[in-house]
Design a binder for this molecule. Structure first.
Ligand SMILES: Nc1ncnc2c1ncn2[C@@H]1O[C@H](COP(=O)(O)OP(=O)(O)OP(=O)(O)O)[C@@H](O)[C@H]1O
Ligand SMILES: [Mg+2]
Length: 355
């Protein structure tokens, strides 16, 4: 078990700084996720934590002890990579047993542990098979099993589910959650998939270009994003952004392509140029006019099963809303939307910060 503290961690490759002063405390037993677009520095942070890369600056500590100078082996971490990195010539049993053999455990203890972990992950039926005789999901379980068998202080996982198909990914997500609940080992997880981050994590750090944009619970990050980067990254389909002009500061009202919209803000806006953000799931399209609704022209209507995603024109922009599956709407036809004013977010257009 371990608490991990990053103090002003920096990393440069060939003069380019890719981690720009990371300071963060990850609590003992926490499931913590770094999420962000490709190239933002997630794997670099994880590799520095594992000891596979050296930080160019800053201190990283496990339970209050700096580990910068410790080799990966001495840090007692177990890492699971995207490519499972199993030994292809060894059976599942031997793959699982490997870390314990390296520790020169007794053979009866190894046997007991291999069987315990295999049962825990539901892979006890294929202990004699080679990795190539397994499905992707089964291989992933073996890779996880190999990581948990030696009870490390910290689990580090770099996009471990990204090679799996959508359904297996969701299944393995649940598996990871259950495992973490059972083992309670500090886990640092990396993904570019915001839905995966939301569903797995106790807390999330959203990274952009080597810097933490926001750190908080999934709920905090979703409900109170600090800026347009976080707001646009968390949620799928992404939040709609529309340019608007401030009309009144108290109460806050903006003009958005000729429609006056009130918004609940935490601060008084400084500038008149703002961006409003509305999540597609908060924008309901109806076929009939209701009080306060705005008429719009519809474009694409996409079925999501129980409801539809509806693309509609708003001023010069195309935005996305939802409708019930039964609503009689036609592509190219008219519809009516009501702006949910308590769900509208306002951002400063210059800085992108939420107001
Ligand atoms: N060994 C290296 N030498 C030079 N540049 C590197 C090296 N490793 C990573 N980088 C650069 O550092 C930046 C961060 O890379 P990193 O692999 O941490 O991103 P990431 O967030 O994990 O991306 P992805 O989601 O694509 O895996 C990128 O711009 C990358 O090109
Ligand atoms: Mg990566």
């Amino acid at each position: 078990m371990a608490e991990i503290l990053y103090e002003d961690i920096r990393k440069s490759f060939g003069g380019v700084e890719v981690i720009k002063g990371l300071s963060l405390r990850i609590h003992d037993g926490e499931f913590f996720t770094f999420v962000g677009p490709s190239g933002c520095g997630k794997s670099t942070i994880l590799n520095i934590t594992a000891g596979l890369e050296n930080a160019t600056g800053g201190v990283i500590s496990f339970d209050g002890r700096p580990v910068n100078d410790l080799s990966p082996g001495d840090r007692d971490v177990a890492m699971v990579f995207q490519s499972y990195a199993l030994y292809p010539h060894l059976a599942v049993y031997e793959n699982l047993a490997f870390p314990l053999k390296m520790k020169k455990e007794r053979r009866d203890i190894i046997d007991r542990e291999v069987r315990r972990v295999a049962r825990l992950l539901g892979i006890d039926g294929f202990l004699k098979r080679r990795p190539r005789e397994l499905s992707g999901g089964q291989r992933q379980r073996v890779a996880l099993g190999r990581a948990i068998i030696r009870k490390p202080r910290v689990f580090l996982m770099d996009e471990p589910l990204s090679n799996l198909d959508a359904r297996l990914r969701v299944e393995m997500r649940a598996e990871l959650k259950r495992l973490h609940h059972e083992l309670k080992i500090t886990t640092i997880y990396v993904t570019h998939d915001q839905a995966e981050a939301m569903s797995l994590s106790d807390r999330i750090a959203v990274i952009h270009e080597g810097e933490i944009q926001q750190c908080g619970t999934p709920q905090e990050i979703y409900m109170k994003p600090v800026n347009t980067m976080v707001a646009g990254f968390m949620g799928s389909p992404p939040m709609n952004f529309l340019p608007a002009q401030l009309k009144s500061r108290s109460p806050v009202q903006v003009d958005c392509s000729g429609v006056l919209i009130s918004a609940v803000t935490e601060r008084v806006p400084e500038h008149d140029d703002v961006t409003i953000g509305i999540r597609p799931e908060d924008l309901t399209v109806l076929s009939r006019k209701t009080e306060g609704s705005v008429e719009v022209v519809l474009s694409i209507i996409e079925s999501a099963g129980s409801f539809n995603w509806v693309d509609l024109r708003w001023g010069d922009s195309m935005i996305k809303g939802t409708s019930s599956a039964e609503e009689p709407l036609e592509p190219g036809g008219r519809g009516f939307v009501t702006i949910p004013e308590d769900r509208v977010m306002l951002f400063d257009r210059g800085t992108g910060r939420r107001i």
